[in-house]
Design a protein around this ligand. Structure first.
Ligand SMILES: *Cc1c(COP(=O)(O)O)cnc(C)c1O
Length: 390
């Protein structure tokens, strides 16, 4: 049975007309549609400001630029995350300081980050890995006497998740989301920044668009041309309305759709407990967004090959960032530098989990994983079994 790793659930019937409406407007780029979505985001998160961007990565660059982070500065990031979390720091000429993650939750703990703070530290970027929120209250408490250190949440995996009933953005300087193709809310490529700091929002409004004083829609809105200025260096990170048009209905329904993801994740958890399979511990009080379902197994690459032979799509989230050639060679890291992240990165693979994954498909994934980890399939012609199953 073929099981794709991911399939989006945006139908042409529902979303086609929304794109069609934008085509009837004079400008296809950032305008009224995006502004409406920003209003939706402010309301969803109870945030003072929300700014759409064209990716998490560019949004983070815009935020770090707005905070004035650059050469000589350090930014603390977890070693277990997607490379973008560290890359944005590196792109600005600052140094990403990696911290190992908690072996049970796979999240960066406030205490671990505290131990990595130096006189050069300008920001900390906790990552809500797989959808489970980090201890943001703990981070905020830890930084109470350090208002010079910005707290930036990487919410690429966690739009609708909560911790102690609080969503992202409550305790941080800014929280950044991704609307990349596989994320829980998606428009193919996109993202958003939320913040309660009005000054920061005003600066990000400029750094997300070259540093210009006004966006295109505002420049032309009054009919008469007005000069614009550039006072700070910015990046090109605004989201066009063509893409923003896809976000409204998803944000409006995301909370109602979470139980489906959580039910799929719960089925995996139950099926795998007792097997030689490691899983992220989700703490009581945490409602995970269940962005991806990652497991840890002994022969990871062997299990991946076995699942691929059974036409099951899998991914790896993630090999530890400091083990990537760029970071290894630049900073001289080895497996011993961040042992928990390294080992999880060697053992982990991610199974299909998305709304629309059928019970039959999930049963097939579960049965296949259990057989692969038991090693039964090594000496058994798997292709024949796939044929029999059909
Ligand atoms: C997807 C992802 C990003 C990058 O998001 P883009 O929108 O593709 O730039 C950053 N951090 C994490 C943890 C991610 O999973």
């Amino acid at each position: 049975m073929k099981v794709d790793f991911f399939v989006h659930s945006l139908s042409r019937e529902e979303y086609g007309p929304l794109v069609g409406q934008v085509l009837e407007s004079p400008f296809l780029t950032s305008g009224g549609v995006g502004k409406a979505v920003e209003g939706q985001l402010r309301e969803f998160f109870g945030a003072g400001d929300a700014l759409l961007v064209n990716s998490w990565t560019n949004g983070a660059v815009a935020v770090l630029l707005a905070l004035g982070i650059g050469p000589g500065d350090e930014v603390i990031v977890p070693a277990m995350t997607f490379i973008a979390t560290a890359n944005v720091v590196e792109l600005l000429g600052a140094r990403p300081v990696f911290v190992d993650v908690n072996p049970e939750t796979l999240l960066m703990d406030p205490e671990a980050a505290a131990a990595a703070i130096t006189a050069r530290t300008r920001a900390i970027i906790p990552v809500h890995l797989y959808g489970q929120m980090c201890d943001m209250r703990g981070f905020a408490e830890m930084l109470r006497d350090r208002p010079d250190i910005a707290l930036i949440e990487d919410c690429a995996h966690c739009f609708e998740g909560t911790r102690e009933s609080e969503g992202p953005g409550r305790h941080s300087t800014a929280a950044i989301f991704s609307f990349y193709a596989t994320k829980n809310v998606t428009c193919g490529e996109g993202g958003a920044v939320i913040t309660n700091d009005a000054d920061l929002a005003a600066r990000v409004r400029q750094t997300r668009l070259h540093g210009m004083s006004q966006g295109a829609a505002d420049r032309f809105q009054r009919g008469a041309y007005r000069h614009w200025d550039m006072a700070a260096l910015g990046v090109k990170a605004n989201l066009p309305d063509l893409l923003a048009a896809l976000l409204g209905p998803q944000i409006a329904t995301i909370r109602q759709r979470l139980p489906e993801r959580q039910a799929l994740a719960a089925r995996y958890r139950q099926a795998f407990c007792g097997a030689p399979i490691r899983m992220q511990r989700v703490l009581p009080g945490c409602s995970s967004a269940e962005h991806v379902f990652a497991i840890g197994v002994n022969d990871r690459d062997g299990v991946i090959a076995g699942l691929n032979r059974r036409e099951i799509g899998v991914a790896v989230n993630y090999r530890a960032v400091p083990t990537m050639t760029y970071y290894r060679e630049r900073y001289g890291y080895g497996p011993e530098s961040f042992p928990v992240s390294y080992q999880w990165g060697e053992d982990t693979l991610t199974l299909p989990l998305y709304p629309g994954l059928s019970k039959e498909q999930q049963d097939w994934v579960i049965a296949s994983v259990l057989e692969e980890v038991a090693g039964e399939s090594r000496s058994f012609p798997v292709a024949a079994r796939i044929g029999a199953d059909r």
